[in-house]
Design a protein around this ligand. Structure first.
Ligand code: ATP
Length: 216
């Protein structure tokens, strides 16, 4: 296995507030790696730095061998993040929306295969009729996957879901991983990480306290 994401001694402050302090971890190809921590522990700040959306103060980040600060477009092309519900176009048929989003990429996934793998039906619509919160979340996983990314970052994926929807969404995440995508799962829920992840990093007030296989 080779490292897909390498973070070394990452530091990021907002004024006097230290959001991320001396964080190091490596995500290997093909794994589901979890970053788990309570609200405000620095998870999203790490993700924003990884995606080149925010400049870190010090330390180094490599995503697929590239520095997201210097090669943001290259990194963005290979990394997918989950579309938030609010960013989905209203009332488009799911198939139309996936075809549209797929057209932004050089080699998009086959939307029929993607829908079948994620348990979405061709009659589903992005908002109306997408129905359950679980199918909306599975749809957002489909949008993350349609560009055939090498890495998918799923941040706050099941927030607000009931236990049943959560299990269905977990199955969708497993199927994305089975298609060869390395997944960085960012969640406040330890049980979710224990269920899905090969390895987990626990965050507490900006610091990474433990990294390793989850307790099961
Ligand atoms: N743009 C910003 N300006 C100032 N402070 C910020 C900014 N973004 C985040 N912070 C602060 O940095 C700390 C880490 O925030 P971050 O969003 O990374 O945590 P998180 O673990 O992702 O939390 P959540 O689960 O609520 O998203 C928090 O104290 C937050 O208030």
């Amino acid at each position: 296995m080779s490292a897909v994401i390498e973070v070394q001694h990452l530091n990021k402050s907002f004024g006097d507030l230290v959001a991320v302090e001396d964080v190091s971890f490596t995500v290997e190809e093909g794994e589901i790696f979890g970053i788990v921590g309570p609200r405000g522990s620095g998870k999203t700040t790490i993700v924003e730095c990884l995606e080149g959306l925010r400049a870190h103060d010090s330390g180094s980040i490599q995503v697929l061998g590239r520095d997201p600060r210097q090669e943001r477009a290259e990194v963005t092309r290979r990394i997918a993040d989950r579309l938030q519900d609010g960013r989905l176009p209203d009332r488009l048929a799911v198939a139309e929306a996936l075809t549209l989003y797929g057209s932004f990429y050089r080699d998009p996934a086959d939307w029929r295969e993607l829908m079948a793998a994620l348990g979405l039906t061709t009659s589903s619509r992005t908002r109306e009729g997408a129905g359950t919160s679980s199918s909306r979340h599975r749809l957002s996983v489909a949008f993350a996957d349609v560009g055939r990314p090498q890495v998918a970052v799923l941040d706050g994926l099941t927030t607000g879901q009931d236990p049943r929807s959560r299990r269905e969404t977990w199955a969708a995440v497993e199927s994305v991983r089975a298609s060869g995508v390395t997944i960085l799962l960012v969640t406040p829920f330890r049980a979710e990480a224990e269920q899905l992840c090969d390895r987990v990093a626990l965050m507490d007030r900006g610091r990474l306290t433990v990294t390793g296989p989850p307790a099961r």
